[in-house]
Every structure is written in C-alpha cells, then in structure tokens.
Design a protein around this ligand. Structure first.
Ligand code: PEP
Ligand code: MN
Length: 337
C-alpha cells in the first residue's frame, strides 16, 4: 500500500500515523519529496481497512497495491481449480455446458427439455424452483416440489443438477437434492447466505451481481472460501448499462481479467445477459473464444408458454445448433466440450 502525505502536515500527526502502521504490523519505507512525501507500507493488507487511514489529517491518498482477496487469488493457487461435480469437471481444459429451463414448471416440461439438451451434449441440468422475480406478482417457482422434480429428471438422464438458493432457510434441502447451489445476481452480496455456503462441502455457482464490480464479486467468492468451502464457480451474467437493446450488457472482459486474478473457473450465462434468444449463440461463441470454462443456457421446448424468461430461451433445435458450433470454437481454443 502507498500512502501519500499532505504537504506541510503536522509532524505529530505524521508520527501518530507511523506509530499506528507499525502497531498494525507494517514496515514503512519513506520517500520524502519536495512537494509531498510517500510511505511505502509493506505487509499483508488483506485484513486491513485502507480507508481507515483517511482519519489521519496528514493522509492525502491511499493506494492499495495488493488485492484484498486471498484464497480466490491466483497468487495463492497458481493452477486452474477444477471442480468435480459427480464426474463432470468444471475448469482446466474442459468446456462444460449447463442447460435447462429458467423455471421448473412440471415434470413433463423438465423431462422433455432435459432429454433434448442431454442429446445435444449438455452435461448439467439447470432449473429454478425458487425464483427471484422483480415483481411479487410474477411466477415465484414451484418451491421444494420443483427441486424434487429436477432431481428426479437429473437422475433419470444421469445429469448433475443446479438450482438457485435464495435464503438460508432451505440450505439443508439444497444440500440433499442439488449438485451445485446457484447464488443469483441479486444475492451476490447476501453475506449471511455466503457464510452458510462456506460451511458446506458442495459446489457453489456464484453469479455476478448486475451492479457489482469484479473485485466485489471476487470478495463474495472469498466469503465462501474463507469459510472453508473451496468449490466455487464464478458466473458472469451481464451487468446493467445504459444500453436498452439487451437486457444486460455481457461483460466479456471479465473472462481474461478474472482468469488473471483468480484460479476459479468462470462460466458465462449469455441468456440473462442478452435477454433475447437470437443473441445467445453469438455471445456463447464469444465466451468460449475468450477463454470461459463453460456456458449456462436457458432452453425451453415451448418458450412462448414459458412461465419465466421465454424471450431468452432457446428451442431445443437452436440449442443443438449452438452446441455444434460451440464444439468447433472449443477445438480452436484447445479445449474439450
Ligand atoms: C437464473 O439463472 O434463473 C437467474 C435468475 O439468474 P440471475 O440471478 O443471473 O438473474
Ligand atoms: Mn431466467
């Protein structure tokens, strides 16, 4: 961390800043300039609130040079983390495709969709049973019954399942039924929930909040890992911008940035990013080419009748075509799908 000291500061204030930093276990390297002075502060700043230094009047600016996340950091684990979900590997040289409906609507619906996405090469089945809807009047999901349906169909086709957990209330049921717990964009900073997930031995797919920075997202992953659960998968699903042509703006740059900063796998959800089915294929290809570890795609056999997100859901035939092209792009980046 670098601390810039204001010109003509009170020497007593500077001394108390130094005493404070030393008492916090830091080493200080001073460089005194004509217009201002700099303190190079050496030590582990992960647990230190750098903003607290602004309480000293002599402090003009504090610049952090070390990332505030530790376990998530590639400096901590240099190799890519590979998360094994019942034999399906996420990370490394694998591209994994997660597909299924936005919401579980009935056994028949999930059965039809699961069969088709499996035939096309999807490895993991998705389906929301508890839905985080913007309107309280919109479809809220089937609840536990939906989770049981997803599990039953997943077992039938030998596919691990993923579903969104919205509160700590159902943690035990999710541990019992699902293979990956999804934390949605709206709950990315639900720290009470993240702490509970830290206690589990269950993979967690953590979506980026639509108004959150990459650093905030990685700090949320750090919450889970600091609690003891190392099985974290990151998922970019688009962020909010001024552009109305898409539901969100897919931040494709997260892929190379997160790959550099962290060892955790990164999955892209082009469906929620785009909001329109006809954009999903292009965004999927771009994601694989950028180095993503996989995709999560919404598929519905009758999107016109879907109880949620029909506009962005692919029909099975379109999904099949997407998978055909995804295989070609995967080969181009030396990855297996
Ligand atoms: C979902 O995957 O169904 C979902 C609600 O996604 P998000 O949290 O990204 O909006
Ligand atoms: Mn959805």
């Amino acid at each position: 961390m670098i601390v810039k000291i204001r010109k003509n500061s009170d020497l007593k204030d500077i001394q108390s800043l130094k005493d404070h930093l030393i008492s916090e276990g830091f080493e200080i390297h001073e460089s005194i300039g004509k217009t201002y002075s700099l303190f190079g502060v050496i030590g582990d700043t992960t647990k230190f609130d750098t903003r607290s230094l602004y309480a000293f009047q002599c402090v003009a600016n504090v610049i952090r040079v070390q990332e505030p996340f530790k376990k998530v950091n590639r400096k901590f684990i240099s190799d890519d983390s590979i998360i094994d979900v019942n034999g399906v590997k996420i990370g490394g040289d694998n591209i994994v495709v997660i597909a299924g409906p936005c919401s579980v609507e009935s056994y028949e619906q999930v059965d039809i969709i699961a069969k088709s996405v499996k035939d096309s090469g999807a490895k993991i089945l998705r389906g929301g049973a508890f839905k985080p809807r913007t309107s309280p009047y919109a479809y809220q999901g089937m609840g536990l019954e939906g989770l049981k349906i997803l599990k039953e169909v997943g077992d039938k086709y030998g596919m691990p399942i993923i579903s969104e957990l919205m509160s700590t209330e159902y943690v035990n049921e999710f541990v019992k039924y699902v293979d990956i717990i999804q934390i949605g964009a709206r709950n990315m900073q639900n720290f009470a929930l993240l702490k509970e997930l830290g206690k589990l031995d269950k993979p967690v797919l953590l979506k980026r909040g639509f108004s959150n920075t990459i650093e905030e997202w990685l700090m949320s992953a750090e919450y889970i890992m600091a609690g003891g659960n190392q099985k974290v998968i990151l998922c970019e699903r688009g962020i909010r911008t001024f552009e109305p042509y898409t539901r969100n703006t897919l931040d494709i740059s997260t892929v190379p940035i997160v790959k550099k900063l962290s060892h955790l796998p990164v999955i892209i959800d082009p469906s929620h990013a785009a909001g329109h089915w006809d954009l999903v294929e292009s965004l999927s290809m771009a994601s694989i080419a950028a180095g993503a570890d996989g995709l999560m795609i919404e598929v519905h056999h009758e999107p016109e009748k879907a109880l949620s997100d029909g506009a962005q859901s692919l029909k099975p035939k379109k999904f099949k075509e997407l998978m055909r092209k995804a295989k070609i792009v995967s080969q181009a980046v030396n990855k297996g799908i």
